[in-house]
Ligand binder design. Structure first.
Ligand code: F6R
Length: 617
């Protein structure tokens, strides 16, 4: 989604901003702009619809310098991605410039309080520049003006504001949208994502809701809406820049697919604490826990809330928790959760799953649960993200930065993490012995090697992708652990290749979807070894009889029936546990989607209309 980078105190501020915006490109955007405080008599604003390259081309025609500035990449919500709707927005006199991530829900109401104003964009943001200008023109200092305006805003925002008449200062504030600040070597920075800043510093502070930070070259002060000094959440970023570069791969998505053996090994690493269990065996632990761990032993119901790919990992999480902990689990799309009346109490655990830890709907679902006093466990990748900070407990996937919009390693590490969470809850409820956990973990440690084996089939999968790259309709089918992977396979294919793909429980086909099958359709059948295998073989025969080509995903040692009935077959190594098989099955589908999109010449890392972190509802 939108990205923000601000800097004050460097002569090369424009370069720092543009490089920072490049690092945020992965979040998805459709226009970009900068404001620079060149001199005491004017702010220079340059903005363009389209990619960052359009902005840099425009900037190369103008000579802009200055040691203070703000840059923005916009993902359109109110108004098309045009030059005039791009940020920064200014008041009519050009004194105040504002960039904004999020949505100001009451912007029309606020515009109505300025009956004489003329707005030059269709955005919900521009009114903020007008309102702040009104305050400073009335004599308020910039930080006070911003605090006053913030009190009138409804919605979600990370705002960054510059005043032509207050040189050297940037004022930033946030509510329900991430914003970090940092000060190093006489320079102050702000950004919506740490990736924009790690070139300059690794020690950052995340602002909390309704905090206002004043940035000058001398330092940063943070206050609440009443001007009382408060602290942000300070943390150190330990991943390095290399981890966020392509390292020779053609696309981030391919790099991240190939990072899965390491990422999964990192998820599984160091999860056992020595010998504190009643049977003297090691015990699993969470990364952070701010409530009494004993609470988890008293849980009698679990909700898992998430969006998109993370939601499909939640479906496997349900199977793992019900299997090992014996607790009923409901999986729910996060965007629906707070609009109904979920029955929550202190014995209901809500697991909020999110790669970014910033997804607005998942955050809102977690907040709803916390308000009802239900404990919230965050399963996240990004350390220090809002969800990780607000939850009662955190389990990190430790997958490293994921840059491609299409999630890959975040998904398989979530699957691995859910195995551990299922075992953890089983342990807390006394349903599983420590020795049994150790035994399962020992077997799970074979997973990274098995993932390597699947990745070795890359060239063969690319061949299949080329064969099926013009297929108009692809149906993914699966049962039990295969179903969430079928759904994820369909999502991966549609989001980067723009081909029509859907997933169904294989048993549901005869209740309607099989009517879609005709000559030229492709059915991708998830048929790993397990208790639903024979049923999958029957479903494969049914779709084949109706003209579909069938690409089956099976397991080494149980492929005879698949060879007999499917047109093509991808074979996976035998997983050490049936609940671990989705991790292996996801990988060929990621590669398949990737190679189909490459064959079709699509934009792999930044597919159309999509954003990496969805910070609006
Ligand atoms: C698909 C994808 C999205 C995300 C979803 C949730 O490849 O990446 O569906 O999974 O937007 O994002 P997080 O996990 O950051 O909450």
């Amino acid at each position: 989604m939108c990205g923000i980078v601000g800097v004050t105190g460097r002569d090369d501020a424009l370069d720092v901003i543009l490089t920072g915006l490049q690092r945020l490109e992965y979040r998805g955007y459709d226009s970009a702009g900068v404001v620079m405080d060149e001199s005491s008599d004017r702010l220079r604003v340059v903005k363009r619809g389209g990619k960052l390259a359009n902005l840099t081309a425009a900037l190369s025609d103008e000579s802009i310098s200055g040691s203070v500035g703000i840059g923005h990449t916009r993902w359109a919500t109110h108004g098309a991605p045009t030059d005039s709707n791009a940020h920064p927005h200014t008041d009519p006199t050009g004194r105040i410039a504002v960039v904004h991530n999020g949505i100001i829900e009451n912007y029309e109401e606020l515009q109505a309080t300025l009956p004489d104003a003329t707005f030059s964009s269709e955005t919900d943001t521009e009114v903020v520049a007008h309102l702040v200008a009104r305050e400073v023109e009335g004599g308020a200092e910039l930080p006070d003006a911003v605090r006053t305006v913030l009190r009138s805003l409804d919605g979600a925002f990370a705002l960054c504001i510059q005043d032509r008449d207050t040189p050297g200062m940037i004022v930033v504030a946030k509510r329900e949208a991430p914003l970090i600040v940092a000060h190093a070597d006489g320079v102050s920075y702000c950004a919506s994502d740490v990736a924009a800043l790690i070139r300059h510093t690794r020690d950052v502070q995340a602002l909390m809701d309704d905090q206002v930070a004043v940035l000058t070259p001398d330092g940063i002060t943070i206050t609440d809406l009443n001007g009382v000094a408060v602290e942000g959440h300070a943390y150190h970023v330990d991943w390095d820049l290399d981890a966020a570069e392509k390292q020779g791969y053609e696309h981030f998505m391919l790099k991240e697919i190939h990072e899965q053996p390491t990422a999964i090994a990192d998820t599984l690493r160091d999860r056992l604490r020595p010998a504190t269990g009643p049977d003297g065996s090691p015990r699993l632990h969470l990364d952070e826990c701010r409530i009494d761990e004993g609470e988890f032993g008293r849980i009698d119901k679990v909700f898992i809330v998430a969006c998109g790919t993370s939601l499909y990992s939640a479906m496997v999480g349900k199977l793992a928790i019900e299997h090992w902990a014996g607790i009923p689990v409901e999986v729910e799309v996060a965007s629906e959760f707070r609009y109904r009346d979920p029955i929550l109490d202190p014995h209901t655990l809500v697991i909020a799953v999110s790669q970014s830890g910033e997804t607005s709907d998942t955050m809102a679902a977690a907040t709803h649960a916390l308000d009802q006093r239900a404990p919230v466990l965050a399963l996240v990748n990004v350390v220090g993200s809002t969800l990780a900070r607000e939850a009662d407990a955190v389990f990190y996937t430790h997958a490293g930065p994921e840059v491609a919009v299409a999630s890959t390693k975040a998904f398989t590490t979530q699957l691995a993490a859910f195995l551990l969470i299922g075992l953890y809850l089983g342990q807390q409820r006394g349903r599983i012995y420590g020795s049994e956990i150790t035994d399962i973990l020992n077997r799970l440690h074979h997973l990274p090697g098995q993932v390597e084996q699947v990745l070795e089939q890359d060239a063969a999968i690319a061949e299949l992708a080329r064969k099926y790259a013009s297929t108009h309709y692809t149906m993914f089918i699966g049962r039990h652990v295969g179903l969430p992977i079928a759904m994820e396979g369909a999502l991966k294919l549609k989001e980067i290749s723009y081909l029509h793909a859907e997933a169904f429980p294989a048993g549901e086909m005869k209740h309607g979807p099989i009517a879609l099958i005709e000559d030229g359709s492709l059915v991708v059948a998830l048929a790993p070894a397990g208790h639903t295998f024979a049923k999958m073989v029957s479903n494969i025969q049914e779709v084949r009889a109706r003209g579909a080509s069938v690409l089956a995903i099976g397991t080494d040692g149980s492929t005879a029936d698949l060879k007999a009935h499917a047109h093509d077959l991808i074979t996976l190594p035998e997983a050490s546990h049936e609940l671990a098989s989705p991790i292996l099955a996801a990988i060929p589908l990621q590669l398949f989607a990737y190679h189909v999109a490459v064959t079709r010449g699509e934009d792999i890392d930044q597919p159309r209309n999509l954003a990496k972190t969805v910070t609006v509802e």
